[in-house]
Design a protein around this ligand. Sequence first.
Ligand SMILES: [Cu+2]
Length: 181
Amino acid sequence: MAFVVRVLAVLVLVLKLSMAAVYKVGDSSGWTTIGNVDYKLWSATKNFQVGDIIKFEYNAQFHNVMRVTHAMYKTCNASLPLETYTTGNDSITITTQGHHFYMCGVPGHCQGGQKVDINVPRTPSADVAPTPLVSVSPPAPAVKAPAPASNVANSKKSHSVLLGLAGAVLFVVFGSSMILA
Ligand SMILES: [Cu+2]
């Protein structure tokens, strides 16, 4: 049963990774000073993930987008932006976890609330270094006691049972999705 759950978990993860979300900042309002859009509230209701795309749509005559540090974000300091976008239709892919601070660099706009903090919560698993594929342990001694034959047979048998189970789960998942489609 645990294995079935594991297979399903992997499937869900694969589906999740293939479905990077696109978020338009401010939704229908876009990136503006009109209407006092609460970008803090907008951001707080999202579940940002690495790979998601953040879209800033605005009138490029009146606004821009600057990625800034936390300190610059807090004080609305536009003097040294990390990045500046000015097309009026900027799509930015979030590639790292943590906070991503954006503000409009036009004087007064950030102070008026045109600033947003895109926060991708840090997950502990992502901080763990991947296991190297090549083992660096010293080679095993040449002379080895032969493993009991029954153990080998048993492990082979359970392995094929697991493979069969995985196949059954995949069949059920994809079979049912094809029926539904
Ligand atoms: Cu602006």
